[in-house]
Design a protein around this ligand. Structure first.
Ligand SMILES: [Zn+2]
Length: 368
């Protein structure tokens, strides 16, 4: 079992626990829930009643009565007609998934993204949601989750910045969507969403780096994603004192040596062309990948030591070029931290993770 949020309210936390237990078990009686979660009969009955009212679960009678003549009933997650939508808002485009309450992806959609103004972007997100809801008829959408790059405040639903978009102003992403569809809507930083969807449990602390035109980071600690607006701006930590100028106004930021945009600026070559030349053996081009592997290796081993973890997940467009840097990266990391293991995941998990986090958050809103 994994959780995203620090639950303040024990009853709401218990509602999420009960729902997750029913989902993971397939079907359960109230007595089973009482035993497995160590909760009182009254608490289990109250929470199950609210989950049934809100249509997260339904009750199915057992076929045969017990020895005492009672016919107890199972609780099952409503997966056939109840869904969540997850959307990844990315400069490369919008991508969406429809997820049932058993966390299975039912459908995928894509749309172009236009970042020329915040209102145009909001409208394009709304029209994508309209396409999905129109295809569903009377089926119910419980919640919408939106994954966004940049600085995101998931509590207030506000996007404070988007990388590479000049003049981006504080944008309330959530309110227009909630008003238009009357569905609980949440936003979350995209690396958090990818990490949430990529791990089946959070028993081992993990960090994730998304590297394409910038560097996004997420990490778990003590079984939970560390969630705070503006946290882990690792791309703008200093790698080289007085080094290459960065769009943030400082010099020598890690992003300038590790991200695709940073390397493109330094090499004056499109990234795909740079990789092509490196694969053909051009030493100068190979040098950019070696330099990238060294900076990234130091960053990973230092951060892993700092927050004491050994699992590192990489994702983003840079992974298409791993043949040019992975061997060196692994050796730089293991020089300092031999226990660190590097694996890869897909950024498509951003929209899926956004939907899963939205389900968890919507459960927390249930008034028990
Ligand atoms: Zn910077």
């Amino acid at each position: 079992m994994k959780k995203f949020i620090d639950q303040q309210n024990m009853k709401q936390s218990n509602a999420a626990d009960v729902f997750n237990l029913i989902r993971e078990s397939g079907k359960m009686t109230r007595r089973d829930i009482e035993k497995q979660l160590g909760m009182s009969w009254g608490a289990v009955s109250g929470i199950c009643a609210r989950l049934i009212d809100e249509e997260y679960v339904s009750e199915v009678k057992k076929d045969l009565p017990t020895a005492k003549g009672r016919t107890p009933s199972y609780l099952e997650v409503n997966s056939a007609e109840h869904f969540a939508i997850g959307i990844d808002v990315n400069r490369a485009g919008l991508s969406a998934v429809l997820v049932n309450l058993k966390n299975h992806i039912i459908g995928r959609w894509t749309a172009d993204s236009d970042f020329s103004s915040s209102s145009i972007l909001t409208e394009s997100v709304i029209s994508l949601i309209e396409r999905i809801t129109e295809s569903l008829g009377s089926h119910r959408i419980h919640c919408i989750g939106i994954a966004m790059q940049g600085v995101v405040d998931s509590e207030s639903g506000i996007s404070y910045s988007l990388p590479g978009i000049c003049g981006w102003k504080t944008l309330d992403v959530v309110t227009p969507i909630r008003k238009r569809f009357e569905i609980p809507t949440y936003i979350e930083h995209d690396p958090n969403c990818i990490l949430y969807a990529s791990k089946s449990d959070f028993t081992k602390d993990t960090m994730l780096l998304r590297i394409d035109n910038g560097i996004g980071m997420a990490a778990t600690l003590n079984g939970k994603i560390i969630a705070k607006s503006g946290i882990f701006e690792i791309g703008h930590t200093t790698a080289v004192r007085g080094g290459r100028p960065c769009m943030c106004g400082r010099r020598g930021c890690l992003e300038q040596y590790v991200s695709m945009r940073g390397i493109e600026k330094a090499s004056y070559l499109e990234f795909s062309r740079l990789a092509e030349l490196a694969r053909e053996g051009d030493e100068k081009c190979i040098g950019y990948f070696d330099e990238m592997a060294e900076h990234l290796g130091l960053c990973i081993s230092n951060t892993a030591r700092l927050i004491s973890l050994n699992d590192v997940i990489l994702c983003g467009s840079i992974c298409e070029y791993s043949d040019l840097f992975l061997e060196k990266l692994t050796s730089y990391v293991s020089e300092n931290n031999s226990d660190v293991k590097i694996s890869f995941t897909d950024v498509e998990n951003a929209s899926f993770g956004a939907a899963l986090i939205a389900i968890e958050r919507s459960l927390e809103q249930i008034d028990v």
